[in-house]
Design a protein around this ligand. Structure first.
Ligand code: FAD
Ligand code: NDP
Length: 359
């Protein structure tokens, strides 16, 4: 899988062949600006960090508003190819405009192509640190730095995965980390399924999966759920759901696609066979905020806090879009929606602060 992602990532780099030329044309000559280790500093109205639907939707809107956005799409940031989480899935069937579905990789290629066509500049580099203490803000990669009047952070989140015998082999062949995305696939219809986790996500995903599966097991490592009472009640009152307490999956097996699990009771040590055609990890997500080094307000789970109904963060001129600020919906279309909001919020901010938009 990593090899496939790398091949894909390399393909994307080739599309960015103009990066060097762009860098040259955008470079600042002023020595008053601090630059990164290799010395190159660029100047822009808007810098967008990320490469999923949120970043590209923001870029398309911002480029059309003549903000000349610079996007840092990352280079295997969080072990994902540029394009983000959708690069790890097969067919996306719930993004409007593609009635027959579209491969995740093809969808992100289209996003990227549209950003470039609208006039965004894309650099296949990972942002390693930022300085948001004053405007213009500074964004650093290993090879350059950018001074930007506004910043949109759209670095997403990564669904945590478990690794046990067979878990990688059956990934995307019965094992997934997104029930809402994959649950309706034909291989899961009227088949027994399982969800690992004991939080709200696990309850929500298990309840959702009862629409498709004949039965849904929740496999939880403890004897008590972490989920909120209401979410627990909803799941526990569903006759299709059964909890397997104090248990961990040891092995996934099957022929070509997932056929079952070896599940070990951590108290008794007993191993039981659970026949399922689908297994969904719901053990939390990791928002990609490390490079921010505490400069934006985060909630208790590490997500960027935005003002209700907007993408504004606690730093004026810095906006957040997509899964990095959304632990509830986490869908491509909601990420795209907040990407649009962030670009409009940034445009309004730049207008109010008297920036030289389009001049
Ligand atoms: P992400 O997709 O999370 O991408 C952000 C990207 O930014 C990162 O991956 C990385 O490439 C880049 N980045 C991170 N840090 C940095 C940095 N420091 N510098 C530069 N770049 C950086 N949703 C659907 O609507 N339909 C589906 O069918 C569907 N299927 C899914 C299947 C799987 C297996 C998974 C994991 C998710 C699926 N989703 C689906 C959810 C969807 O992929 C996400 O909700 C969506 O991609 C979030 O978009 P985003 O723009 O917030 O960023
Ligand atoms: P949580 O961190 O709340 O729960 C993760 C669950 O996965 C826990 O039960 C944890 O077990 C289990 N887990 C973690 N690591 C492992 C592991 N290595 N092996 C086995 N099990 C593991 O994450 P959620 O995604 O459920 O929720 C995140 C946040 O999003 C929460 O604030 C939640 O309330 C919110 N949310 C709200 C929703 C809603 O209101 N509709 C829907 C979804 C999420 P243990 O309990 O033993 O630690």
């Amino acid at each position: 899988m990593v090899g496939a992602l790398l091949r894909k990532a390399r393909g994307l780099v080739a599309v960015t062949a103009t990066s060097a030329a762009l860098a040259a044309s955008l470079s600042l000559s002023s020595s008053s600006y601090c630059s990164s280790s290799s010395g190159e500093t660029l100047r822009t109205e808007l810098c967008i960090i990320g490469s999923g639907p949120a970043a590209h939707t923001a870029a398309i809107y911002a480029a059309r508003a003549q903000l000349r956005p610079i996007i840092f799409e990352g280079w295997m940031a969080n072990d994902l190819a540029p394009g983000g989480q959708l690069t790890t899935t097969s067919v996306v069937e719930n993004f409007p405009g593609f009635p027959d579905g579209i491969l995740g990789l093809d969808l992100v290629d289209r996003f990227r192509h549209q950003s470039l066509r609208a006039g965004a500049s894309i650099f296949t580099e990972t942002v390693t640190k930022v300085d948001l203490s004053s405007s213009p803000f500074r964004i650093f990669t290993d090879s350059k730095s950018v001074l930007a009047n506004a910043v949109i952070v759209a670095t997403g989140a990564v669904a945590k995965r478990l690794h046990f015998k067979g878990s990688d082999g059956f990934w995307n062949r019965g094992i997934s980390a997104c029930a809402v995305c994959d649950g309706a696939a034909p291989i899961f219809r009227n088949k027994p399924l399982a969800v690992i986790g004991g939080g709200d996500s696990a309850m929500e995903e298990a309840t959702y999966l009862t629409r498709y599966g004949s039965k849904v097991y929740i496999i939880h490592r403890r004897d008590r759920l972490r989920a909120s009472r209401i979410m627990q009640q909803r799941a526990m009152s569903n006759p299709k759901i059964e909890v397997i307490w104090n248990s961990e999956v040891e092995e996934a097996y099957g022929e070509g696609v997932l056929g079952g699990l070896k599940v070990r009771n951590v108290v008794s040590g007993e191993v039981r066979d659970v026949r399922v055609s689908g297994l969904f990890f719901a053990i939390g997500h990791e928002p990609a905020t490390k490079f921010l080094d505490g400069q934006l307000e985060l909630d208790a789970d590490g997500y960027i806090v935005t003002e209700a109904g907007s993408t504004r963060t606690n730093v004026r001129g810095v906006f957040a879009a997509g899964d990095i600020q959304d632990k509830k919906y986490r869908q491509a279309i909601t990420a795209a929606g907040t990407g649009c909001m962030a670009a409009l919020d940034a445009e309004h901010y730049l207008q109010e602060s008297g920036s030289q938009i389009g001049k």
